[in-house]
Design a protein around this ligand. Sequence first.
Ligand SMILES: Cc1cc2nc3c(=O)[nH]c(=O)nc-3n(C[C@H](O)[C@H](O)[C@H](O)COP(=O)(O)OP(=O)(O)OC[C@H]3O[C@@H](n4cnc5c(N)ncnc54)[C@H](O)[C@@H]3O)c2cc1C
Length: 491
Amino acid sequence: MTTNTPILIIGAGFAGLGMAIQLKRTGREDFVLIERANDVGGTWRDNHYPGIACDVPSHLYSYSYLPNPDWTRVFSPGGEIQSYIRTCAEDEGILPHIHFDTDMLESRWDAEANEWVVETSNGTYRAKILITGTGHLADGHMPKIDGLDSFKGEVFHSADWDHSVDLNGKRIGVIGSGASAIQIIPEMQKCASEMVVFQRSAPYMVPRWDREYTAGERRMCRRDPSVIEDMRSEIFWAGEFNFAQRRNIPRFLEEAKTLAVSHRETHIKDPELLKKLTPDYEIGCKRLLISNTYYPAIAAENTTLEASALARVDGTKAIGASGEAYELDVLIFATGFEAVRPPFAARIFGAEGISLDAHWDKGMQAYDSIAVHGYPNLFIINGPNTGLGHNSVVYIIEAQVDYILGALDHIEAQNVSVIEVKPEAEEAYMDKIDVMSQGTVWLAGGCKSWYVDERSGRLTLIWPDFAHSFRDENGRFHPAGYTTQSLTAAE
Ligand SMILES: Cc1cc2nc3c(=O)[nH]c(=O)nc-3n(C[C@H](O)[C@H](O)[C@H](O)COP(=O)(O)OP(=O)(O)OC[C@H]3O[C@@H](n4cnc5c(N)ncnc54)[C@H](O)[C@@H]3O)c2cc1C
């Protein structure tokens, strides 16, 4: 069976749903959203590990046009964010547009029909415009570990938590020390008989200014929408202030480092442990983490910090790169995501029949961080150079949705059948990104991070500027960057 639709969106996370909501709000009812899972939520549906919460305050990490007066905390737990997303989809009437359990397997540009042919696990779709909202962090990364198959205990990834495994009194190994790991580790420390943390590199960490909102504060937010607007503005500009540090400006680096050092030294008294927990790169080069519970969990009696990567597994033994071996019952991989080479790209084939993944053999790139030459009528939300190390991704998503709405207005007004970014426009944009990236802490900070594509050494994931400048530059469609073909009478 083939479903024909003018607009097909892939993915029901913040991006895909945000797009769908705005299509509907601008009077475009004729679209379909496909989602491989059986619920909305994306990140917040898939990640339900103990301790999960956002690390951008919820009043900002939510749609600007759907404020939620009922956030219970500054940094909401994941389940609350998932409920919020579901409520947005329901209230905005998006659910009838969603085809769940529909995995996009292959999308090919049909140059005869001027449309995308999308093969899914649930039939074929033909669409004039294809919009991906498949996420930066949607597919968990499992490192290849020698002998992992021989492990006698339980193994799972943080993004696919196995709640059927009883962790109480177990010897638990957590692999990783990134954003998910530092939320999981304090929870595991509470229930494990012993916990071993395999840390490839020490993260920088600063306090988490979290607290519950009082009933009075929530009431105020309900009564007066300007209260939420003011809070959003305050959180946003505090985040923007932090960008100065990512630009490698010494005064701001020193301020951030002083805070991180004092946080570490407040909780860690053992000099050996302190040494292991001291990063060997510049602050901000990898994601700056926020936690009040991580260091106490690492310093606890039942925790061992193995300051090397998990190298191999042999039966019940997990062996670090240092050669140290540990008998364990459970291995939890908090090893991040396939971010630099997102799996959806291997499934999209453009005008030349080449997959986007092959086209991006030197790393992801897109004009205005949204469109790729050779891939007509395709818009990518939350793709190349859209990630932020210092502010809310939802803000970026909203800017990109506005861009696409502008493109759709243009397409409709000009009767356009094919719209494709000019190669020179894309190259000029990428040159600009490269110039902006130079000197940032992500490139100059002396770390190895998933923000940089190893194949080219380019910063492909992060938007290397203030978040508000992304909106200024990319929150509005730029027709001059595109070539278009108009519908002929025959079409
Ligand atoms: C644990 C965790 C915490 C985070 N905390 C924050 C935070 O505090 N602040 C912040 O700004 N960002 C945070 N992020 C980043 C977060 O991913 C983004 O903020 C945001 O949720 C991304 O939304 P998205 O819709 O682009 O992608 P996702 O939420 O990943 O949604 C993508 C959707 O596409 C679907 N999909 C993918 N491939 C296919 C396919 N082939 N066919 C059909 N459907 C497909 C997926 O199933 C998924 O539902 C966090 C990420 C993680 C993992």
